[in-house]
Design a protein around this ligand. Structure first.
Ligand code: 2AM
Ligand code: CA
Ligand code: CA
Ligand code: CA
Length: 258
C-alpha cells in the first residue's frame, strides 16, 4: 500500500485545524464532563464530538484504514496490519476542562506497524507540529531545527505526576539527575516540548493513541521511544514509555533498570 505523504499532511493538517474551530465553537455552550475509570479520568462532549468528526474525515479519505481512537465505541484494534490511524480527539482533557490550554488534538499514521506520519496540534497556541521518518519536522509548515542530543543533566525531563510522586520505576531518580522535572499533563504537549528542544525527554504511562503521534514525529529526528527495558513499543497495548533524545535515553534506561 502506498500513501502520498504530502497529501496525507494536507488532509490531516486541515482536519486538525477544523477540529480547533469546532472545539472553540462548542465551548460557547457549557461543557458536559463525565468520569471514566476514576475521578481524574475525564471525558467531555467535545472529546466525543471531535472523535466522531475525525473518524468521519479519515473514513471518507481512506476507506481502507483501521482507526484506533480513545473515545470510540469501535472494537479495540487487535493487529497493526495495513493502514492504521491513531486518534486522540483531545489529549489532556483535564487541562482542557480546568485550563482551556495545554491540550492537543493528535493523529499518528502507521503502515503495517511502522510509523508514517504524526501531527499534534497545540490548540490554544494554534501550533501544529508534524513529522515522520520521511516527512520533515515542521511547525505550521515551517521547518524546525533538530533538537540537541543533550545529556540528561543538561536537559529538562517531562514526567507523569503520579509516577514522580510515587517514584514508580525510578522516575524520581531520573528527575533528580536531569536539569529539572516538568509536568505539563498532556502527552501530546510533552512530545511538542521535546520536538521544540525545550525538554530532552518524557517518561509516562501511555495508551497507544498517546504515544503513536509523537513516536512518528520523533522518527524524523532520532527520538528514542521505548519501554523502560529499551524494548520496542507495542502499539496494541498501554505501558510505560521512555521518549528521549539518544544520550538522555540511554541514561534514563540505565536508571530505570537500577
Ligand atoms: P487524555 O487527556 O487524552 O486522557 C496526562 O494525564 C496525560 O496522560 C494525558 O496525555 C492523558 O491523556 C494521559 N492519560 C492516559 N491515561 C490516563 C488516565 N487514566 N487518566 C488521566 N490521564 C491519562
Ligand atoms: Ca482520556
Ligand atoms: Ca491522551
Ligand atoms: Ca484523549
Amino acid at each position: 500500500m502506498t500513501v502520498a505523504i504530502a497529501t496525507l499532511h494536507e488532509q490531516v493538517s486541515a482536519w486538525l485545524k477544523a477540529s480547533r474551530q469546532r472545539i472553540y465553537r462548542e465551548l460557547q455552550a457549557p461543557l458536559t464532563v463525565a468520569t471514566k475509570s476514576g475521578r481524574t479520568d475525564l471525558v467531555t462532549n467535545v472529546d466525543r464530538a471531535n472523535q466522531r468528526f475525525l473518524i468521519s474525515q479519515i473514513h471518507a479519505a481512506y476507506p481502507q484504514a483501521h482507526i484506533e481512537g480513545e473515545e470510540g465505541r469501535q472494537a479495540k484494534l487487535d493487529r497493526l496490519a495495513g493502514l492504521v490511524f491513531f486518534v486522540d480527539p483531545i489529549d489532556g482533557t483535564m487541562n482542557f476542562v480546568k485550563q482551556r490550554a495545554n491540550f492537543a488534538v493528535m493523529i499518528g499514521v502507521y503502515i503495517d506497524g511502522a510509523p508514517l506520519y504524526g501531527a499534534i496540534l497545540d490548540v490554544a497556541r494554534d501550533e501544529l507540529i508534524t513529522g515522520g521518518p520521511n516527512w520533515p519536522l515542521q511547525l505550521n509548515d515551517r521547518p524546525l531545527p533538530t533538537p540537541a542530543d543533550l545529556a540528561l543533566a543538561d536537559g529538562l525531563i517531562g514526567v507523569n505526576g503520579h509516577m514522580l510522586i510515587r517514584n514508580g520505576v525510578h522516575v524520581a531518580d531520573v528527575a533528580l539527575k536531569s536539569a529539572g522535572p516538568r509536568l505539563i499533563g498532556s502527552a501530546g504537549m510533552e512530545f511538542i516540548a521535546v520536538a521544540l528542544g525545550q525538554q530532552v525527554g518524557y517518561v509516562s504511562y501511555l495508551q497507544p493513541w498517546d504515544v503513536a503521534p509523537g513516536l512518528a514525529i520523533g522518527a524524523n529526528f532520532g527520538l528514542q521511544v521505548t519501554r523502560p527495558d529499551a524494548s520496542a513499543i507495542d502499539l496494541l497495548e498501554p505501558g510505560i514509555v521512555v521518549a528521549a533524545m539518544p544520550k538522555a535515553h540511554a541514561e534514563i534506561i540505565d536508571l530505570m533498570q537500577g
